[in-house]
Ligand binder design. Structure first.
Ligand SMILES: Nc1nc2c(ncn2[C@@H]2O[C@H](COP(=O)(O)OP(=O)(O)OP(=O)(O)O)[C@@H](O)[C@H]2O)c(=O)[nH]1
Ligand SMILES: [Mg+2]
Length: 752
């Protein structure tokens, strides 16, 4: 409600028809009209020039409109349209003082401004005072007849009745009582109404539908001033509560909210000046649209520069802010409710639509800060998840349980932040941010899991490598019939240990069964690979091992004592034995037999390499190829899978050939040694020589021999001599061989 105890006035429209926007806005600001909502009234006064209009308003409402100086003669005083607030009237009432009609100054034919200002007054005012001289009532040439005609005509252009109150103020009333004058006046008014040309839609509309007609009469201000003042004081009473039911303007229609008064007045005047029809209902919607939008924009603008908001926004840039939702809600509420209050009296549809726009623009405006905040929550939750997980794992909590607990606590933390950030004006959805958080958590959990698992895998592989590599190597060192069985046993045992320990270690990861199975299988495969790799390594050294084995068996007797070739030994059998030992070593190295398949390989190798004959092994039908089962690059016939083959049949053959060639010398040497031994036994010095040696000593005896000449004896001595020398050589070579085994091992391949 506007409260102002003095008059404030301004020229609204000047004599040239210019609208004083600044003046009106000042007036509205000073009188606080905007606060009135719909609780204000507007009245206007029309009438002939110098008929005391301004004087009346000033007396009625303590306004300060310019009046004509009574001593300077009758001439136009009020130009254009003036407005002022009526002092002490409730509701707030705006009075409009119009330029007199029928003015000498504009010339008789120029009624343009008269019509325009009348239309303006009818469009804006709830009460129109029509000032008229008492003596004009019933007169054909009355000054106000053209005015009334104008009023009625322009009213038709407002599209809808506003139920304007026409208050006829009869000035300088005579002794004739009002009761006699009123019917005559009414008749005049009705006649004019009837004569006015109306649009089809209002052809039969009675005057009463457009106007409330009231009449009052005042004594002359100039002649009976006291009476005039008394009557004016009475009349003033009728303007109190004028807009309440039963009041002077109690059934007015199409009121523009005070917040739209300025804009509305400007628009109406513009339309009038452009000489267009005034569609008041449409005008109302237009005013509402423009004003609601202006108010909304103003609120948005204030929001963007609100200090609390700016502080909040800045804080959010740096990190999580507690109480964000509460603070932002209250800031938004200030502007939204401000809008509601200011637009309360505007068209509801328009007002609601603009409110929605204001909301969505405001929310769009603050949403980035909210997202920013959620980003902080997400980041923090993820970091907390990481550190919490690490802590739990460090104190030995199970992996899956740690993930679960850490996830729960960081999600809870995020949800709390999310709830704290929520504003009551919007139902912002954080599910995308939350999904992203879940993805990040899962990704981190997976990467930690992968790292931990591969750490475990590496350690168990290392353990397997250690527990398999050397034992397998040593088993191959002493390769024999049971080698593969022993390796299988070793592999099974060590794999079993590793697998059970590993399963226990990964149980806290709560992996799914298939993953666990795959990991265990990988570990088993790894163990198997260790063995296979070792076997391949050993297979590469098979020739050296065979030769070593040969030498070991060949040069040692059953008691492992070095042999002395005395001639009694069966070299053929010994050789065969040594070769057999070497060949069985070869047969161990031919293929990987981790699956425990019975070894036919040994039989084939023995029958084809040792005995030189072929025992039919599933090759009865293939008569052409049966002759040599080793003439093949695979061991298909004994069901060895290609990837288990270490040495192919063909390679066996050539290895055997090479082996034989390289051990031949040892055998030859043994034979020679044996022969030499035999000969030395046959050609022992004759008894005489022994006697001579005993008697003469060896040197003297040799001298004697050289002196004897060339009978049979000396030849016998020389043969005997060379027999001993040979025996000596064999011994030396055998010893040399034993002691330089290592040198031979390295050199044998190269020398072949
Ligand atoms: N006879 C008579 N004269 C009056 C009355 N009231 C005022 N006047 C005089 O009429 C003259 C014009 O008064 P204004 O109040 O300026 O009249 P107005 O209608 O506002 O004149 P414009 O603004 O020029 O149209 C002044 O000299 C007043 O003293 C009245 O009740 N009776
Ligand atoms: Mg005046």
């Amino acid at each position: 409600m506007a409260e102002i105890d003095h008059c404030c006035s301004t020229q609204l429209i000047d004599g040239e028809g210019e609208f004083n926007v600044v003046g009106l806005d000042n007036f509205i600001r000073t009188t606080k009209l905007t606060n009135c909502g719909l609780s204000y009234a507007v009245l206007a006064i029309m009438g002939p020039q110098s008929s005391g209009k301004s004087t009346l308003l000033n007396h009625l409402f303590q306004t300060n409109f310019r009046e004509m100086d009574a001593f300077r003669g009758r001439s136009q005083t009020t130009k254009g349209i003036w407005i002022a607030n009526c002092v002490g009237i409730d509701p707030f009432t705006v009075a409009m003082d119009l330029e007199g009609t029928d003015g000498r100054e504009r010339g008789e034919d120029d009624t343009t401004f008269e019509k325009q200002s009348a239309l303006f007054a009818l469009a804006i005012a709830d009460i129109v005072l029509i000032n008229m001289w008492c003596h004009d009532i019933g007169r054909e040439q009355a000054a106000n007849k053209p005015l009334l005609k104008t009023v009625f005509q322009v009213m038709m252009r407002l599209f809808s009745p506003r139920k304007t109150t026409l208050l006829f103020v009869v000035r300088d009333k005579t002794k004739t009582p009002l009761e006699y004058l009123e019917p005559i006046l009414s008749e005049d008014i009705q006649k004019i109404w009837n004569a006015v040309s109306k649009p089809e839609s209002h052809k039969d509309t009675p005057l009463s539908e457009f106007f409330n007609v009231e009449v009052t009469a005042l004594s002359s201000f100039e002649e009976k001033e006291d009476l005039f003042k008394e009557q004016v004081a009475q009349l003033r009473q009728r303007f109190f509560n004028s807009i309440s039911p039963g009041g002077l303007a109690g059934d007015r229609q199409g009121v523009v909210p005070a917040a739209g008064f300025s804009f509305s007045a400007q628009q109406i005047w513009r339309v009038i000046k452009e000489n267009k029809d005034l569609d008041l209902p449409a005008h109302k919607v237009m005013v509402a649209t423009v004003r609601c939008e202006e108010i909304a924009n103003e609120k948005l603008h204030h929001l963007s520069s609100n200090e609390d908001w700016l502080a909040l926004e800045e804080a959010v840039q740096c990190g999580p802010v507690s109480g964000f939702g509460r603070r932002l809600s209250s800031i938004l509420e200030t502007y939204f409710s401000g809008y509601d209050i200011e637009t309360f009296y505007f068209d509801h549809g328009v007002r609601n639509a603009k409110r929605k726009q204001l909301e969505s623009k405001s929310l769009d405006f603050v949403h980035p800060a909210y997202l920013n905040l959620l980003g902080h929550f997400r980041f923090k939750a993820l970091e907390d998840f990481k550190s919490r997980l690490e802590q739990m794992l460090n104190i030995g909590e199970g992996f899956a349980a740690s993930i679960c607990t850490s996830t729960e606590s960081c999600m809870l933390e995020f949800d709390q932040g999310y709830a704290d950030a929520a504003i009551k004006q919007a139902n912002w959805d954080a599910s995308k941010v939350k999904e992203k958080l879940c993805r990040d958590i899962n990704a981190h959990a997976l990467s930690v899991q992968d790292a931990k698992l591969s750490e475990l895998v590496v350690s168990y592989e290392k353990q397997l490598g250690q527990s398999l590599s050397e034992p397998v190597e040593s088993l191959f060192d002493n390769a024999g019939r049971d080698t593969w069985a022993s390796i299988r046993k070793l592999l099974t045992r060590e794999t079993g240990i590793a697998v059970s320990e590993f399963s226990a270690a990964i149980s806290s990861f709560e992996l799914d069964q298939s993953t666990v199975e795959k990991m265990l299988q990988d570990l088993k495969d790894y163990a198997r690979n260790v063995v296979e790799k070792k076997a391949r390594e050993e297979a590469g050294k098979v020739l050296i091992r065979m030769k070593d084995r040969f030498s070991a068996v060949f040069s040692h007797d059953n008691d492992s004592m070095p042999r002395v070739w005395t001639g009694k030994e069966d070299i053929k059998t010994i050789t065969k034995g040594a070769r057999t030992a070497s060949l069985s070593l070869l047969s161990v190295m031919v293929a990987i037999r981790l699956d425990g398949k019975p070894g036919e390989i040994e039989n084939i190798l023995f029958s084809s390499l040792m005995e030189g004959t072929v025992t039919a092994v599933s090759s009865v039908d293939r008569s052409i190829t049966t002759s040599d089962p080793l003439a093949s690059s695979s061991w298909e016939e004994v069901m060895v899978s290609p990837k288990s083959i270490l040495i192919t049949p063909v390679q066996c053959k050539s290895l055997w050939r090479q082996f034989k060639a390289e051990t031949e010398y040892t055998v030859t040497q043994a034979i020679s040694a044996q022969e030499a031994y035999k000969q030395s036994n046959n050609w022992l010095p004759p008894p005489w020589a022994i006697v001579a040696m005993v008697v003469l000593g060896f040197n003297e005896f040799m001298l004697l021999l050289s002196d004897v000449g060339s009978d049979g004896h000396p030849r016998a001595v020389s043969t005997w001599h060379s027999g001993w020398a040979n025996l000596y050589l064999v011994e030396v070579s055998s010893h040399h061989h034993e002691s330089s085994k290592a040198t031979c091992r390295r050199g044998s391949r190269a020398s072949n």
